[in-house]
Design a binder for this molecule. Sequence first.
Ligand code: SF4
Length: 70
Amino acid sequence: MEVTKEYKKGDFTVIWKPKLCTHAGVCVKTLPQVYQPKSSPWVNCDNASIEELKNQINNCPSGALSYKEQ
Ligand code: SF4
């Protein structure tokens, strides 16, 4: 089964699929206050607005990052 990690910010959820991640680092370069590979959890949604998170997620080159709103 595919491993999926979820990171919540209220009703907004960042979804990360580690197997798809090419570690290109686009996320880390764009929002270093959110994506901190050396921390656990490595995604800190509280450090950016939902709009900023969405814009960044849409730029993930591998499709490893996605999001859902409910
Ligand atoms: S931008 Fe996407 S592919 Fe690149 S390191 Fe981040 S999650 Fe992985």
